[in-house]
Write a protein that binds this ligand. Structure first.
Ligand code: SF4
Length: 349
């Protein structure tokens, strides 16, 4: 196994690489166990996936998305062909990556409302969705270099990582790319204080960036105003899960688009961070009470029902603390020049 050198001068020793591989394998096993539960023990799988893993993810993206980028079980699976030397290691053009980013953003906005119609109450459907993503990701891994096609291209979670991960706690070692092949320029993993508009290389990059920054806060707000529909009886009732999220998305998108036009260039990063903080705060504003049975729809998204044992003031307190934290972390803190992970040494030609 090759030794990886970092720009900081620090080296990831063979021992550190071994530790990261063990952690990746352990997290992969946890992912495989959750997938097995989704398919064969749906109530437990749904609880673990939608009500434990997914609620943690946005916080992790804000604080240390590099940890997730290193251990995501889907990434570990998708990068296997590259690690085993089975990938053709092709490079995507900037335009191709931009198009993948647009598809990823639209996929996010299409898949997430389906949680209300299908996934939140159907472990088999959720498991099949994850398997389809893994098949697409692994297939791309056989052809394209490192994270370019899936992790930084087509993955529907990646636009959210880019929005929330603009000022992470610290750079982690890069536990995936053995040497940097410059497969994505600029690399979201290796660029300090990356945001969705860090690159305007093509109109596709700009479109996906605008969509996620402007659209996500309103989309999240709308999503939490739709109950889980246990029975979809018609096309009309199926499409109804999209109505409020799309109205929310359009509202904050138009707001961002117009503010962005009048804001001076030097304040654009601040504007992006305000919308990022609004998005993640809105998520926890509704999600934290829902986890303990104090949400708008008490049966939806429940982890443990504490509604009869906790005082009602706990809800505004949780909202105050989480919103205060995210606005402090993303908006008030100075950009600290940290990337998600540290770029490994470029491969010597
Ligand atoms: S660190 Fe280099 S090889 Fe790895 S994803 Fe970024 S650009 Fe590609």
């Amino acid at each position: 196994m090759s030794t990886v050198t970092f720009k900081s001068g620090a080296q990831l020793s063979k021992q550190s690489i071994t530790i990261w591989r063990i952690v990746q394998f352990a997290v992969w096993l946890v992912g495989a166990a959750i997938l097995t539960c989704l398919l064969f023990f749906p109530p437990l799988g749904i609880l673990l996936f939608w009500n434990v893993l997914i609620p943690i993810a946005p916080f992790l993206f804000v604080v240390a998305v590099g940890i997730w980028r290193n251990v995501c079980p889907l990434a570990t699976t998708n990068l296997l062909p590259r690690h085993l030397g089975w990938s053709k290691r092709k490079k995507l053009t900037a335009q191709q990556i931009g198009i993948l980013n647009v598809i990823a953003t639209f996929a996010l906005f299409i898949i997430v409302p389906l949680r209300h119609a299908l996934f939140n109450n159907n472990g088999m459907a959720t498991g099949i969705m994850i398997i389809i993503m893994a098949v697409i990701g692994v297939s791309l891994g056989f052809f394209y270099e490192w994270k370019s096609a899936w992790c930084s291209g087509l993955c529907p979670v990646h636009p959210v990582e880019k929005l929330y991960g603009g000022n992470v706690f610290m750079s982690m070692p890069n536990a995936n790319c053995e040497n940097c092949m410059n497969c994505v320029i600029p690399c979201p993993d290796s660029t300090p204080n990356f945001n969705p508009l860090s690159t305007h290389k093509t109109e596709y990059h700009t479109l996906s960036g605008l969509m996620i920054i402007g659209g996500l806060p309103g989309f999240i707000w709308g999503w939490f105003h739709v109950p889980d529909a246990n029975t979809i009886t018609s096309l009309r009732s199926f499409l109804s899960v999209y109505e409020i999220p799309v109205v929310g998305l359009a509202t904050t998108f138009i707001l961002y688009y117009n503010i962005e036009k009048i804001v001076k260039l030097k304040y654009k990063r601040k504007l992006i961070s305000i919308f990022a903080a609004a998005g993640v705060s809105c998520y926890y504003w509704y999600r934290l009470p829902a986890l303990i049975g104090l949400g708008k729809f008490p049966e939806d998204g429940l982890l443990i029902n504490l509604s009869s044992s906790l005082p009602l003031w706990i809800v505004p307190l949780m909202r105050l603390v989480s919103t205060g934290f995210f606005f402090y972390w993303l908006v008030l803190r100075k950009p600290n020049n940290q990337s998600w992970v540290i770029r490994p040494e470029f491969e010597k030609k």
